[in-house]
Design a binder for this molecule. Structure first.
Ligand SMILES: NC(=O)c1ccc[n+]([C@@H]2O[C@H](COP(=O)([O-])OP(=O)(O)OC[C@H]3O[C@@H](n4cnc5c(N)ncnc54)[C@H](OP(=O)(O)O)[C@@H]3O)[C@@H](O)[C@H]2O)c1
Length: 268
């Protein structure tokens, strides 16, 4: 059996990509379409979804459904549930994120709560909903996007990093819980990735750290290759190396300070 047929059988016929209009989400959409999956594409900017969808339909002959909505709004997840009822969803990619960058108190509590809605509540609800159906079928997968900032407290993105830690632990717990049920759950713990959002955050270049910046296509390829094999993946050799040092060699207090210094140089 060829690799593509196996991927489709395990994760098809439809995948949901939440946060699909550009960057990593658009790269997921492209690589999943290439593997023959039909796609539900979700984001706030409809014109970008329409353009992406047109290209994918033309290039790969797949079907696409577009849902234009804001995942920070509590009713968005119920909307997704209703508008995908007639589809067999075999894969959920939760990619969208709200990220508040800068000193903690310079942002309102509403901005921080929006991070919780988008990065914690929505992936939790969608995982609960779609995995219920996948479990009944005995096959399927989930990728929750996380960040290297989530392996320790991260100054200047403290709440964002905490929401991303939630995603790692949720994925790891469910990976173990469903290991023998045919459902593959995985956190993709990305380092700096050259997406429009990352570039717009205007990070100052910080020597070795910026050398590790990856293209979205590379991150997505490594994530999809790892799905079904492990509870989390860290794309990029340099990211794996630096993360190993930060998690297993340095005392946690030193790792927190090191991450703080990197982010202080980047964002203040
Ligand atoms: N880029 C990096 O350096 C990096 C590093 C580590 C981890 N990550 C993680 O990778 C994921 C993707 O990051 P990214 O840099 O590509 O940027 P992002 O802004 O987090 O995600 C981009 C996609 O999500 C959509 N989106 C964002 N907020 C949304 C909302 N409230 N409702 C609906 N859609 C929403 C955006 O489309 P619309 O604006 O059209 O809605 C866009 O398509 C995130 O989970 C992030 O935490 C990124």
């Amino acid at each position: 059996m060829n690799k593509q047929a196996t991927f489709q059988e395990q994760y098809g016929p439809w995948a949901v990509v939440a946060g699909a209009s550009e960057g990593l989400g658009a790269a997921y959409a492209d690589q999943l379409a290439q593997k023959g999956l039909n796609l539900v594409l979700i984001a706030r900017r409809e014109a970008m979804l329409v353009k992406l969808s047109g290209g994918l339909v033309e290039k790969y002959g797949i079907q696409v459904r577009i849902l234009t909505l804001d995942l920070s709004q509590p009713d968005s997840t119920e909307n997704i549930v209703q508008k995908t009822r007639d589809l067999e969803i075999g894969l959920l990619i939760y990619n969208a994120a709200s990220s508040v960058v800068g000193p903690f108190l310079e942002h309102s509590i509403d901005e921080h709560l929006k991070e919780i809605e988008t990065n914690v509540r929505a992936p939790l609800v969608l995982t609960h909903h779609f995995c219920g159906q996948m479990l009944a079928r005995g096959r399927g997968g989930v990728v929750l996007m996380s960040s290297l900032s989530a392996f320790q407290g991260s100054a200047f993105i403290a709440n964002y990093a905490a929401t991303k830690a939630f995603n790692i632990l949720l994925a790891e717990g469910l990976w173990e819980e469903w290991r023998n049920s045919g459902i593959d759950v995985m956190a993709c713990v990305a380092g700096a990735t050259s997406t429009p959002k990352y570039k717009a955050s205007n990070p100052k270049q910080t020597g070795r750290f910026s050398d590790a910046t990856l293209e979205p296509e590379v991150v997505v390829r490594e994530a999809l290759n790892a799905l079904g094999k492990q509870p989390f993946v860290i794309p990029g050799k340099l990211n794996r190396f630096s993360s190993f040092i930060m998690r297993h060699i340095l005392p946690r207090k030193v790792a927190i300070q090191m991450m703080g210094n990197i982010l202080r140089n980047m964002y203040t």
